[in-house]
Ligand binder design. Sequence first.
Ligand SMILES: Cc1cc2nc3c(=O)[nH]c(=O)nc-3n(C[C@H](O)[C@H](O)[C@H](O)COP(=O)(O)O)c2cc1C
Length: 188
Amino acid sequence: MTDFVSATSFHYLLHPHTTLLVTCCDDAGRANIIAIAWLTPVSINPPLLALMIRPDRYSYPLIRATREFVVNVASREIAAQTLFCGRRSGRDVDKFAATGLTAQPARLVRPPIIAECLAHLECRVAQDIEAGDHHIVIGAVVAAYARAGVLDAEGLYDPRRAQPLLHLGRNRFTTTRADSIEPALPRG
Ligand SMILES: Cc1cc2nc3c(=O)[nH]c(=O)nc-3n(C[C@H](O)[C@H](O)[C@H](O)COP(=O)(O)O)c2cc1C
């Protein structure tokens, strides 16, 4: 038996996705946070990532105007705050004040980082491509760093010390287990 899904639900078959809290700000420096699950690296050298955002989000014109944003990696501890940032608009509410998340200055861009997150990627907009009902915003990564202690000696997340918040779809999340799997390479 096969479970067919509707044409508009195909994307749930590709979840879970790492949940990101993307920060941006207006001309006056007032910061906003949007939850983003559709985001992927697209190039290592030059370092580029792409996030998929609907143009009707309050955050979209801010990112377009200032051409800067920060990708903050959410952890399981801030699931409730993350859902709030993904279900309320910055048009109506100050999400930093409402969630209690902590804004700290970024190194090279104007939008703040979120202190409670696992890692931060500061970006400048390189390209904006319309694609169906979303826009693909390509960001050049100008600085990338993680909270002390969450990476192992190889620069990978240590699953005992970092549990990223993974979005299953709708209002549901999961996370990683404390163990990791590194299969032996096939011989030859
Ligand atoms: C977990 C989660 C992931 C989301 N991922 C995306 C996404 O990838 N792209 C998008 O445009 N909206 C996404 N959303 C919806 C926006 O976060 C939501 O519409 C938010 O209220 C927009 O905030 P803003 O109006 O302040 O910009 C997501 C929502 C949740 C809860």
